[in-house]
Design a protein around this ligand. Structure first.
Ligand code: ZN
Length: 148
C-alpha cells in the first residue's frame, strides 16, 4: 500500500468495496486533478471516490467525475502537534471543505493559520504529499489553497 497518498482522508476510503476505487485513483494521470465519482442515478458526487453509492446501493451507477476543485471552508482546525510526516509543515490547517459539487472533503489547507475563516473560498491544487527516502517514491495528492 506504499503508493497510497498519505493523508488521513485517504486511509478512511481504503478497505472493503472501495479498494477498487483506490486502484482507479492511482491510475489517474496527475492532470486529472480532483477526480471523484458520481452516482448517475441520484446525482451525488463523492470525493474521495467511492465504488458504491450509499443511497442507491446496487441500483447506483458510479462513473468518474471531475470536480471543479472550488469550494469553501466549512470548519477547520489548526494542528500544531504534527506527525513526523508533516513535521516540515507545522502548524498546519486541516479543513473540512464543501466543494461546489456538494461533497465535503477533509484536506490540508495551505495558508497561514491566522488567515483562515469559515466560508473562505478555496481551490484544489495537486501537490507532493510525501517522499519516501532519497530514491523517492513520491506521493501526490490534492491539497487546497485560498481562492483569492
Ligand atoms: Zn446514488
Amino acid at each position: 500500500m506504499s503508493e497510497e497518498p498519505a493523508l488521513p482522508l485517504y486511509h478512511t476510503s481504503l478497505g472493503g468495496p472501495e479498494m477498487t476505487v483506490a486502484r482507479f485513483w492511482r491510475e489517474i494521470p496527475q492532470r486529472y486533478n480532483l477526480v471523484g465519482t458520481k452516482c448517475e442515478v441520484c446525482g451525488d458526487v463523492f470525493f474521495p471516490p467511492r465504488a458504491i453509492c450509499p443511497h442507491c446501493r446496487r441500483d447506483g451507477k458510479i462513473v468518474p467525475c471531475q470536480c471543479s476543485g472550488k469550494g469553501k471552508v466549512m470548519t477547520y482546525s489548526v494542528l500544531s502537534a504534527a506527525s513526523d510526516q508533516f513535521s516540515a509543515l507545522k502548524p498546519y490547517v486541516l479543513a473540512i471543505i464543501e466543494l461546489e459539487e456538494g461533497t465535503r472533503v477533509t484536506s490540508h489547507l495551505i495558508c497561514e493559520p491566522e488567515d483562515v475563516h469559515i466560508g473562505m473560498p478555496v481551490k484544489s491544487v495537486f501537490r507532493v504529499l510525501d517522499r519516501e527516502g532519497s530514491d523517492g517514491i513520491i506521493h501526490y495528492g490534492t491539497k487546497f489553497v485560498p481562492d483569492l
